[in-house]
Design a protein around this ligand. Sequence first.
Ligand code: AMP
Length: 280
Amino acid sequence: MKVVKTIKEVREQVNAWRKEGLTVGLVPTMGYLHEGHQSLIRKSVEQNDRTVVSVFVNPIQFGPNEDLEAYPRDLNRDMQAVEEAGGNLIFNPEPSEMYPSHFTSFIDTTETTELLCGAVRPIHFRGVCTVVGKLFNIVKPDRAYFGQKDAQQLATIRRFVRDLDFDIEIVPCPIIREEDGLAKSSRNTYLNPAERQAALILSKSLKLGQQAIDAGERNAETIINIIKTNLKTEPLARVDYVEVVDFANIQRVEKIEGETLVAIAVYIGKTRLIDNFIWK
Ligand code: AMP
């Protein structure tokens, strides 16, 4: 397993693999890897001859008052995690490698980024799509792997890959959770013990919503109310949003019929956590 810092080194390595006729999978991450990321790497290792993992805390997807500086970073730990999961190459560029001076071109999306995190983090998806588009052009993978944990991101990447004709298969991967139900996230490290306990309210509230749909409830507003009411029972929790949307377009639905995304964002203390489920 190798770590490289430059676009040139990635291209040289991938070209060498291509000459041998090998297929390549890409797993884009911001590092501080956990079992959620490792599940994506393992899936890629299963489906491709070689797997590239990018570890890059992408500055252009963070708003001015967000946690860019505080975001946890530990390359040695990440190297172990990638090695363990069978990845072959880590691409860990400096911001200046990805964004030289006078960087002024962006991938912008509409529709799928209007609501949920797009509504409260205005520049976020432009940053995500731009860095993912760059990584696609740098690595030119056959397949790329994304977690359903970031369901709006997954829907948005699927959309721009289709719209802009990237010849890459997008492979969705299920949410990996802690034993008690909390979705794994690099940001969980921000939680103190009391907050860690309080954070269980996210998965518990979603479960109540899911149970109601399973029992036959189809009214989106009713599901939103069930989830919100339960979230409000936790004093350390502050609701950012609770939304019911169609998964393909990320637009609100009144009635739950097709593939539906039920997504929430909740502050636990100062830490903003997201979670969701997809109902088919
Ligand atoms: P991040 O490092 O948070 O940008 O995440 C990199 C990739 O890992 C994204 O595609 C995420 O959706 C995915 N991911 C993060 N946490 C999880 C999780 N708990 N389960 C599955 N995938 C995850």
